[in-house]
Design a protein around this ligand. Structure first.
Ligand code: G3P
Length: 215
């Protein structure tokens, strides 16, 4: 399972990268708007920190504009994956870019049919938003199960990129289902490594070790 970080924060990306298990980065216009500076420069800096794919989203709404923006974003680095919203125009852009060998991430997916369309258009990644579905009392991880089943049935090459992850349980469930990628904020990456019994056990080991000092 690949781990991506879902942020445009250079500090958070550096911290996650220092763990040695970061496979890529996803950004979106909202995440970039939270950081100071020119979004293009931020993206350039991110691609220098992480070797893997870095998703950068287009903001045009028509296919032609999306392709144009996508090709501009690709000039930043070969690591850039062009992130395109799941609309009919978006599907045309995904097809056009994938025909040119440009990797794409079809985003804002909330149904299995949308994920099927993204794969048929040749998307490299499809990004279903599990947390936002849970937020409206729908079943985010149920959607991941459905998409993975459909992709498996037909051997579709598009990777399921679980997005809008809120907590470690989303990551564990994605692993059990067999989703290819999970993108999450630094907070969730850190939470994955935490367990209260680990902290209690470590404290006890160190306290017991102290007792051996005066022998
Ligand atoms: O990057 C897309 C997605 O992960 C957004 O998550 O937390 O804004 O629902 P969130």
């Amino acid at each position: 399972m690949k781990f991506f970080i879902d942020t445009a924060s250079i500090v958070d990306i550096q911290e996650a990268a220092s763990l040695g298990l970061l496979d890529g980065v996803t950004t979106n216009p909202t995440l970039l708007s939270r950081e100071d500076g020119d979004p293009r420069e931020i993206l350039r800096e991110i691609t220098k920190i992480v070797d893997g794919p870095v998703s950068a989203e287009v903001v045009a709404l028509d296919a032609e504009g999306m392709v144009r923006e996508g090709l501009e974003l690709r000039k930043i680095s070969d690591n850039i994956v062009v992130k395109i919203p799941m609309t009919l125009e978006g599907l045309k852009a995904v097809r056009a870019l994938s025909d040119q060998g440009v990797p794409t991430n079809c985003t804002l997916i909330f149904s299995p049919s949308q994920a099927l369309m993204a794969a048929k258009a040749g998307a490299t990644y499809a990004s279903p938003f599990v947390g936002r579905l849970d937020d409206i009392s729908a079943d985010g991880m149920g959607l991941i199960e459905q998409i993975c089943a459909i992709y498996d049935n037909y051997g579709l090459a598009t990777e399921v990129l679980v997005a809008s992850v809120r907590h470690p349980e989303h990551v564990v469930k994605a692993g059990i289902i067999g989703a290819h990628v999970v993108t999450m904020p630094l907070k969730v990456i850190n939470q994955l490594a935490k367990h209260p019994l680990t902290d209690i056990g470590l404290k006890q080991f160190l306290a017991d070790w102290e007792k051996t000092k005066n022998r």
